[in-house]
Design a binder for this molecule. Structure first.
Ligand code: HEM
Length: 151
C-alpha cells in the first residue's frame, strides 16, 4: 500500500516516470512526427502556430497517464474524431513506430514496455472510435450469431 500524506490523508503514489523525462519524450516524439511525410502535414495543419500549447498539453496528458497525476483534462476521442477525414488507419501504425523509436532511445526496456503498452491501448481505442463502423459488411452483429445457432 502507498504511504499517505499526513495532512490530507491522500495516498502518495510513487512517480513512475519523472517529469523531465516526460518532457523530453514528448519533445523528441513530436520532432519526429513533424518530420514524418504523412503525419507531419496532419499535425501541422491542425496545430499550426500552436505547437507550444499542444506540447504543454501533451506533457500533462502523459503525466496523467503514466503517473496518475490527474493534471490533464481534455477529451482525446473528440479531438481525434474531428480529424477523421484526414487520418487513415495506417497512420496509427506510423504513430506507434515513431513513439516506440523515441522510447527505445530514452528508456530501459521495462519502462519502454510500460509506456508503449499505455500508448498502444489508447491508440487502439482512438482508432476504433474513428474507424469502427457497425454498418460495415465485415461486422457481424451479435443477433446474427444467435440466429446461426453458435451463441
Ligand atoms: C494516427 C495517429 C494520430 C494522429 C494523426 C493524431 C493527431 C492529433 C492531432 C492533429 C491533434 C491536435 C488536435 C488539435 O489540437 O486540433 C491531436 C491531439 C491529441 N492527441 Fe493525437 N493523434 C494520433 C494518435 C494519438 C495517440 C495514439 C494518442 C495517445 C496515446 C494521442 C493523444 C492525443 C492527445 C491527448 C491530444 C490532445 C487532445 C486535447 O485537445 O485535449 N494521439 N492528435
Amino acid at each position: 500500500m502507498y504511504p499517505r500524506d499526513p495532512e490530507t490523508g491522500r495516498l502518495i503514489r510513487p512517480t513512475r516516470i519523472e517529469n523531465d523525462q516526460i518532457v523530453e519524450m514528448v519533445d523528441r516524439f513530436y520532432d519526429k512526427v513533424r518530420a514524418h511525410p504523412s503525419l507531419g502535414p496532419i499535425f501541422n495543419d491542425a496545430i499550426q502556430d500552436n505547437w507550444d500549447h499542444h506540447l504543454q498539453k501533451m506533457y500533462r496528458f502523459w503525466s496523467s497517464v503514466l503517473n496518475s497525476s490527474g493534471v490533464y483534462s481534455g477529451n482525446p476521442m473528440a479531438a481525434h474524431i474531428t480529424l477523421k477525414q484526414k487520418v487513415v488507419p495506417p497512420n496509427f501504425g506510423q504513430w506507434l513506430t515513431l513513439f516506440k523509436e523515441t522510447l527505445d532511445e530514452m528508456f530501459s526496456s521495462e519502462d519502454a514496455d510500460f509506456i508503449y503498452g499505455k500508448a498502444s491501448n489508447i491508440a487502439q481505442s482512438l482508432s476504433l472510435g474513428m474507424f469502427y463502423n457497425p454498418a460495415s459488411p465485415h461486422h457481424i452483429p451479435p443477433e446474427a450469431d444467435e440466429k446461426s445457432g453458435t451463441a
